[in-house]
Design a binder for this molecule. Structure first.
Ligand code: ZN
Length: 322
């Protein structure tokens, strides 16, 4: 398959009911960890205190006069520690759906890729320690909108930490997708140039990817906070000429994602950079400038907002190597 360029357009995805407590599907550790980077301790953390002079908004009283505020009835947990609130996972699969009104539990959204993939991963599970997080995103699929009615064309999937975009993943190709991208039999370096696959694949080209939980049918807190944060991120990225419009695929896209866990800590934001994700909670529009400057550009973890990371150790300590 050829490496195709990133043009985008919407896909279809319908949805349904509740049940799994989270979006994590277990998978054999043997099969999914062998090719992943070994976690390394990071010292690249920074405290808000150290940078308040750069951004007075960080110490301002709410409501802020410059940035939009969340409605006062949004019950955000301001007491609990954020550290260690990310469920350990070894891989994150983000399905492009071109929309954000997903049904409540995407793993049970019968007939949709999220549900078919979740079911297949459940069958493959033989070790509780290694997990794959599956989420939907509002990212547009590469396939033309009218073609996405035909499930044959499938969805784009972003895979971290592998840092891959895999296109044309349809419900009928889940087993093949698993074998080629998630099992231990594969050599990641060979994937992109391999001509024999039924998927179009390339390295994720973006400088970074911002994911914001905006799953309103799951929890109103993220449903309200998500779009407000998305607008603010897009505004600041545009001002800095770091958006996709200014930079093409070298820019930083902002996507809403389905449930990632921890609605009480809305706004929930994940910054993917160099294939690795850093999770933030209790993010407000006043934090966005700082997140872009310190995390997206400089690769530093902001202590006060940090929930955890993909390769956290058991105490929720950051183990990213930026
Ligand atoms: Zn502000």
């Amino acid at each position: 398959m050829s490496i195709s360029s990133l043009n985008t357009s919407p896909s279809n995805n319908t949805s349904i009911n509740p049940s799994p407590s989270n979006s994590f599907a277990s998978l054999s550790s043997k099969s999914s960890t062998t090719s992943l980077k070994e976690p390394k301790k990071s010292t690249a953390t920074i405290s808000i205190e150290e940078i308040t002079s750069e951004n007075p908004c960080l110490t301002c009283q709410s409501p802020c006069s410059i940035h939009p505020s969340y409605p006062s009835n949004l019950k955000i947990n301001h007491e609990a520690n954020l550290g260690g609130t990310v469920q350990p996972h070894a891989r994150h699969i983000i399905i492009s759906t071109g929309k954000s009104d997903w049904n409540k539990v995407i793993e049970l959204d019968s007939g949709n890729l999220s549900a078919v993939l979740y079911e297949y991963l459940q069958k493959k599970r033989d070790n509780e320690d290694t997990k794959i997080l599956i989420t939907n995103s509002n990212r547009q699929n590469s396939t033309l909108p009218f073609l996405t009615f035909f499930s044959f064309f499938g969805n784009d999937i972003l895979i971290y930490p592998d840092n891959l975009i895999v296109r044309n993943v349809s419900t009928g190709k889940v087993e093949e997708f698993y074998d080629q991208f998630l099992s231990n039999e594969i050599n990641k370096k060979e994937i992109v140039k391999n001509e024999g696959y039924n998927f179009s694949t390339e390295r994720i080209p973006y400088k970074a990817v911002i994911l914001i939980c905006g799953h309103k049918r799951r929890d109103m807190r993220c449903g309200v906070a998500g779009p407000i944060l998305k607008n603010e991120f897009e505004k600041v990225l545009k001002e800095k000429r770091m958006d996709l419009y200014s930079m093409g695929n070298q820019g930083v896209p902002v996507y809403l994602t389905s449930h990632v866990g921890g609605h009480q800590f809305a706004g929930n934001v994940i910054v993917y950079r160099n294939g690795q994700g850093i999770w933030y909670g209790r993010v407000t529009p006043c934090h966005i400038q700082m997140i872009i400057n310190k995390t997206v550009i400089e690769g530093k973890i902001i202590k006060e907002l940090h929930r955890g990371s993909m390769f956290d150790d058991k105490n929720g300590q950051p183990t990213l190597d930026w």
